[in-house]
Design a protein around this ligand. Structure first.
Ligand SMILES: C[S@@+](CC[C@H](N)C(=O)[O-])C[C@H]1O[C@@H](n2cnc3c(N)ncnc32)[C@H](O)[C@@H]1O
Length: 434
């Protein structure tokens, strides 16, 4: 397919996603099935266009002063890909498989309109109803923060120290353009191009042998900040597919007891294979069976409970731009209730002197500092560990990392703008007594 034909396909797909209100991933899959002649390069390029339009949905429409599918694709080429009006016009040549030529109005919009004067939620591409939360968290930086949250994310990997050293994996993944991540001592990063092409890490020997896992650097750091140690009893209360369980296991170096559970046993399904690939032998997976509590035998004995809380996922919009426009206030309310419940449960599992590491992949204050404040108010036996002490887990990087994050008395917030990671909040809550 020519670049113009790919552009045409992207316009059709955006119209389908809008018209049928279906998730972008589903629309792309169905398009692939219906257009089997399209090669993998075409599919990746078209997917890249579609994801970029979703990332910059509001600002692309503003630039064109029109929010039709065609206008948003054209506007995205300007705001996200910095294409000139002439370059865009050259793609829209009216050929058999190309978009129609630009109208005078479209050409004038692409030439003359800018984002100056756009409201913050439009310039930063986030839902208007979240503006209050963004003001509370980011103030005048909210457009810059939200724009970074709308950017493309790299592919981050975590080297599994139970199997390999970072230098070795770095050398063996050099052909994918891997480099070290700035903060995590275990991280490798592969920058992805606009065509969203998957570098096929899962087919690499390092992945097959469990030497690396896909994990955003922010998620790696959140786990490192929990400071899990060999010999401890650690509970991963919201383990899901096990991204953080695997990282905890490596920190524990095979010593001590790691328990992974989740309220939804289906979420836990991939964890078995992942743990075995990673060479983890000290993890007890407790999938719920009916109404019985899978942790009924544990009473105030854990050194550490990791609460990787169910949240709105606003911190991961870079990877899932569709989600930000689908999010509704009701979803936030449900998450807030879930988070309070999980924290209350964690409180009963921690031993005196032990700690809860509360983590979200959200930037919203209500899910982060707000939740922590409410928890300590209701559980006076817990106190927030000062963020500077939490950051100390990163050794020589601690000071710079602390300065890069947005710190509040309740915890640390990483953001795409400040730390180059997904948005992650971390708070360590210590229980009194010893
Ligand atoms: C952020 S995800 C976990 C991601 C996972 N820890 C990882 O790093 O791959 C949150 C998880 O919390 C689980 N969850 C929701 N409510 C819960 C509850 N009340 N108790 C335990 N887990 C819960 C969800 O099923 C979901 O798997």
């Amino acid at each position: 397919m020519t670049p113009a034909a790919r552009l045409s396909a992207a316009i059709d797909l955006i119209a389908t996603i809008d018209g049928q209100r279906i998730p972008a991933a589903k629309a792309l899959k169905e398009w692939g099935t219906a257009h089997r002649y399209a090669g993998s390069g075409d599919r990746a390029a078209i997917a890249g266009l579609v994801w970029d339009v979703l990332r910059r949905r509001a600002s692309s429409a503003f630039i064109m002063d029109d929010d039709s599918a065609r206008s948003r694709v054209l506007g995205m080429l300007k705001v996200e890909r910095a294409m000139t009006p002439d370059a865009i016009a050259a793609l829209c040549d009216g050929g058999r498989f190309s978009p129609q030529p630009l109208s005078d109005v479209e050409h004038a919009a692409l030439s003359g309109r800018t984002l100056d004067g756009a409201p913050p939620h439009v310039a930063g591409d986030y839902p208007e109803w979240l503006d209050g939360a963004f003001i509370e968290m980011f103030g005048d930086d909210r457009v810059a923060e939200a724009t970074a949250m709308a950017s493309r994310a790299p592919l981050d990997l975590r080297v599994n120290t139970l199997r390999a050293k970072r230098e070795k994996v770095l050398a063996s993944l050099a052909h994918l353009g891997a480099s070290e991540t700035p903060w995590s001592p275990l991280g490798l990063r592969i920058e992805l191009g606009a065509d969203a092409r998957n570098p096929g890490v899962q087919a690499e020997q390092d992945f097959i042998k469990g030497a690396v896992e896909v994990q955003d650097e922010g998620s790696q750091l959140a786990t490192l900040l929990s400071a899990a140690k060999p010999g401890e009893q650690v509970i991963d209360l919201c383990a899901g597919a096990g991204g953080k369980t695997l990282a905890l296991a490596a920190m524990m170096q095979g010593k001590g007891r790691l328990i992974a559970t989740d309220s939804d046993k289906r979420q836990l399904a991939p964890i078995h294979e992942r743990l075995s690939r990673a060479g983890v032998h000290n993890c007890d997976i407790r999938a719920p069976k009916g109404p019985a509590d899978p942790l009924a035998d544990i009473h105030a004995s854990a050194d550490l409970v990791l609460v990787d809380a169910p949240c709105t996922g606003t911190g991961t919009w870079r990877r899932n731009p569709d989600a930000k426009w689908r999010m509704r206030p009701g979803a936030l309310e449900i998450r807030l209730k879930d988070q309070a419940e999980v924290l209350a449960r964690a409180a009963t599992l921690v031993k005196p002197g032990g700690r809860i590491a509360y983590v979200t992949c959200s930037v919203l204050p209500a899910e982060n500092g707000g939740q922590v404040k409410a928890f300590v108010a209701g559980h006076p036996e817990f106190a927030v560990t000062p963020p500077a002490e939490v950051a100390a887990a990163l050794w020589d990087k601690a000071e710079d990392f602390l300065a890069a994050t947005r710190t509040t008395p309740e915890g640390l917030l990483m953001t795409p703008l400040r730390t180059g990671t997904d948005g992650f909040f971390v708070s360590v809550l210590r229980k009194s007594g010893a």
